[in-house]
Design a protein around this ligand. Structure first.
Ligand code: NDP
Length: 448
């Protein structure tokens, strides 16, 4: 390795790349990391973090209303989008600084340029400089996919949504996955009229059906419109600046903002990978083995660019495993079983393990336990919104195969319960634990 400029050159300073480079450096490697935009990546700069802060901001709409039932004389309140937006963006700046600081502290050199692969051990920077490295790690993530339709340039994606000058009165969100449902909740709470359109009639594919249905029903009650089997025909900008969206099977709709939330594609275009012999799949994702190594021995990849599980904590684990394996003499394989996930909709959804449908497919018969309840706070607030917890168990052993929830704070509650599911505990183990009363989480040990 001594013949190379660096032991490791990482392309992309998001969650996976930053973790890999700082751990590799801590193991003694000479590391550089290239980032063409801002250190921190999708999660920190234009994803999970600013989104969660908007979710908190949006929730005040309901909290302020509910507070009156709890005795607070809350006057009619205005919402100032610019204040929240600027505070959120300032927090993003702070985190961007913290990530940069972490890399500096670990002696990782940051190259603020686009880098492309020009050989198994060589990268070329936008400035034309070439750099050699013993190993190259690709951690460039993914970017929003925009449907190909006339006028699609008038829509925005999650990249731009955090920077809006003003709150739109009417929003059309395309897609019915994570981003669509999260932003439907956010805009709806802020007072925008939200219509969500999707090409199929399934929202949040992959989540448990009963839980998805509950979200759909609650979202509709809150005033969000859904249009299914609707594929984009085109977007026309009107003289007054509004957007006329035409779609299959439905009347055209006039809105002020179109947000595309129709999945993400790996950022491998123009990166020199295919030329260097790195195998890509049909979606352009880098094909890697369990050790994160690509078809070229010296080139590895972690995170969304590999299109395995598109979640930040997974990318971080992959980055850590790569660095420990390659530079720490500690071979590590990421365990992808029982990964908890959440949708920060209003109310949020969280789940771990198999859905009822998946479990039935795999095991034939399963036992399902549910608790369908109204949180105490919602009862006093006169908020007719029910939570649903669902446990899917192996029929004979009672082992919990999956746990799925929708309701206030579901992600906070599920993270703790996911430990028990991952540990292979049974329904009986849950039931042996005395309920913590009064709480919502106690329903986990009281399911029928
Ligand atoms: P998702 O994969 O969650 O959902 C994509 C949606 O777009 C689906 O409803 C899908 O429809 C629809 N769709 C896909 N392709 C097209 C197309 N060509 N034309 C029209 N509609 C289309 O994607 P998101 O963009 O919401 O999120 C991307 C990823 O980011 C997620 O998969 C997730 O891994 C991650 N993420 C995680 C979050 C979290 O952990 N809370 C939050 C946000 C993002 P159909 O299902 O009918 O095929």
């Amino acid at each position: 390795m001594a013949d190379y400029d660096y032991d490791l050159f990482v392309i992309g300073a998001g969650s996976g790349g930053v973790r890999a480079s700082r751990v590799a450096a801590a193991h003694g490697a000479k590391v550089a990391i290239a980032e063409e935009y801002r250190v921190g990546g999708t999660c920190v700069i234009r994803g999970c973090v600013p989104k969660k802060l908007l979710v908190y901001g949006a929730h005040f709409a309901e909290d302020l209303k509910d507070a009156r039932r709890f005795g607070w004389n809350v006057p009619d309140c205005d919402f100032d989008w610019a204040v929240l937006r600027d505070n959120v963006l300032a927090e993003v700046d702070r985190l961007n600084g913290a990530y940069t600081h972490t890399l500096d502290n670990h002696g990782v050199e940051i190259v603020h340029e686009r880098a492309t692969v020009s050989g198994p051990h060589e990268v070329t920077l936008a400035s034309g400089k070439t750099i050699t490295a013993g190993k190259i790690l690709i951690a460039v993530g993914a970017r929003p996919a925009v449907p190909n339709c006339p006028g699609s340039e008038h829509g925005i994606t999650s990249n731009e949504v955090f920077h809006l000058d003003a709150l739109p009165k009417r929003v059309l969100i395309a897609g019915a996955g994570y981003i669509a449902n999260e932003f439907a909740g956010i805009f709806n709470e802020f007072g925008s009229k939200v219509t969500l359109i999707n090409r199929s009639d399934v929202i949040l594919r992959g989540y448990d059906e009963q839980i998805r249905d509950r979200l759909l029903q609650i979202s509709m009650t809150k005033g969000i419109d859904f249009r299914f089997h609707a594929e984009f025909r085109g977007i026309e900008k009107q003289a007054d600046g509004s957007l006329k969206v035409s779609m299959t099977n439905h009347e055209p709709l006039e809105v002020d903002l179109v947000l595309f939330a129709t999945g993400r594609v790996p950022n491998t275009e123009g990166l020199g990978l295919a030329e260097a012999g790195v195998e890509l799949d049909a979606k352009g994702a880098i094909v890697v083995g369990a050790d994160n190594r690509s078809s070229v021995d010296s080139i590895y990849a972690v995170g969304d660019v590999t299109n395995r599980v598109q979640l930040t904590p997974v990318a971080i684990r992959e980055g850590q495993a790569f660095a420990d394996t390659v530079f720490g003499n500690k071979p590590t394989i990421v365990d992808y079983s029982c990964i908890p996930a959440a949708v920060f909709s209003h109310p949020p959804i969280a789940g771990v393990g198999l859905t009822e449908g998946q479990a039935k497919q795999k095991y034939g018969s399963v036992r399902v336990y549910t608790s369908d309840f109204r949180a105490m706070k919602n009862v006093l607030a006169n908020r007719n919104e029910r939570a649903l917890y669902k446990m899917v168990c192996e029929a004979d052993s009672g082992k919990v195969l999956g746990l799925h929830m929708i309701g206030p704070d579901a992600p906070e509650i599920l993270q703790a319960a996911a430990i028990a599911v991952k540990a292979g505990l049974t329904k009986a183990d849950f039931d042996q634990t005395v309920a913590l009363h009064p709480s919502m989480a106690e329903e986990l040990v009281l399911m029928k």
